[in-house]
Design a protein around this ligand. Structure first.
Ligand SMILES: Nc1ncnc2c1ncn2[C@@H]1O[C@H](COP(=O)(O)OP(=O)(O)OP(=O)(O)O)[C@@H](O)[C@H]1O
Ligand SMILES: [Mg+2]
Length: 338
């Protein structure tokens, strides 16, 4: 029977999520550290975060995904690290893998991902892929196999994806290599231009979550102090930035995200569109929690947007469901896995 027995993995821009049957889902911050000297991988996840804070000179941080695009070498090293360090049965040399892959990946990209998984040590014959958006839909409980139209959106750290499913197939979809991290980059860029201060991405992310809002005048606290480095003097410095300023800074990217979703609706056949009007759209991915984003999408699309119960974990939960009961997902499974 089809099915990966050992590992389910979602390599996200912000988080690495791992499912192994019999264990709870593991969520690690997507931090991959190499030894500066030997260039060998030193640690991933929260342990890497800790090492970096103790001795940043000794290590070099690389990213699996930048602007939503996979870096193949870093991804391969990370997967090899997972094979060596996360397997409860470490004698299993070549474990099976069900991996969520970016929505809209081309055949060539899929082939490259397959090759890197094999090089990382996974079992060539037990290697399966599932489209991230489909996994998010399954994980969030959308009735993708039913003869109705159901729409899911997934806005993560580096990607926005939207699609309409019916009878286990994808009817239409769209994607953009921008998500929550692009919003934080807009804030960094704004502070650099407006105040001449460089802040790092995690400072921008924290500020965005704390006082960021796309709706006017609805935050109790509406300004925040951002610590960084003055670009002229090189000295530590800080800028006080308001919710209003942040909204202006991130608005162009928000518009791109909302447009991407709208364009999928434009392609939706009328009979399925009526199902969406009736049942609404399910929103997954961490960045859908951005204050006011759901309201903006509703305003633009005139559809009810329902937040999934486990927004951030939807993809890996979908992977988990498929691994737990592969025969139930046979229809979509054979289509999307190769
Ligand atoms: N409360 C919040 N307000 C605003 N943004 C949030 C909030 N919580 C999480 N986010 C954003 O969600 C993003 C992470 O989402 P998620 O965990 O779905 O990403 P990912 O799966 O790692 O990335 P991707 O699938 O795009 O490669 C980050 O950009 C983070 O800033
Ligand atoms: Mg994701």
């Amino acid at each position: 029977m089809l099915g990966a027995k050992d590992f389910g993995i979602d390599l996200g821009t912000n988080y690495i999520r791992i499912y192994m049957p019999g264990s709870a889902i593991i969520t690690e911050p997507n931090i991959v550290l190499y030894h500066s000297g030997t260039q060998a991988i030193a640690a991933i996840g929260s342990r890497a975060e800790k090492l970096l804070s103790l001795d940043s000179e000794k290590y070099m941080q690389l990213f699996i995904k930048e602007n939503g695009v996979l870096d193949y070498t870093t991804a391969k090293d990370t997967l090899a690290f997972i094979v060596r360090h996360y397997q409860p049965l470490s004698f299993l040399l070549h474990p099976d893998l069900l991996m969520a892959i970016p929505h809209g990946s081309s055949v060539i990209e899929r082939k490259a991902i397959r090759d890197l998984c094999i090089q990382a040590g996974f079992n060539e014959k037990g290697l399966y892929f599932i489209d991230e958006l489909l996994a998010a839909a399954i994980g969030a409980g959308q009735p993708v196999l039913d003869p109705v139209g159901s729409m899911v959106i997934n806005i993560g750290g580096g990607n926005t994806q939207a699609g309409v499913f019916s009878l286990g197939g994808l009817v239409c979809s769209g994607s953009l290599h921008k998500g929550g991290r692009a919003l934080s980059r807009q804030i960094m860029e704004y502070v650099r231009k407006q105040y001449g201060i460089m802040i790092d991405i995690s400072t921008a992310e924290r500020a965005k979550m704390r006082i960021g809002s796309l709706l006017p005048q609805d935050m109790e606290i509406d300004q925040v102090t951002l610590n960084g480095r003055n670009m002229q003097t090189g000295m530590p410095d800080a800028a006080v930035v308001t919710t209003e300023e942040m909204r202006e800074a991130i608005n162009p990217v928000v518009t791109e995200i909302v447009d991407c979703i709208y364009q999928v609706l434009e392609q939706t056949p009328p009979d399925l569109a009526s199902d969406l009007i009736e049942n609404g759209v399910l929103a997954t991915g961490g960045a859908v929690q951005m204050h006011g984003l759901i309201e903006l999408i509703e305003e633009r699309t005139h559809l009810k947007i329902n937040l999934a119960k486990h927004t951030s974990d939807a993809v890996i939960r979908g992977v988990q469901k498929v691994m737990q009961d592969p025969s139930a997902w046979n229809g979509v499974y054979s289509d999307l896995l190769q």
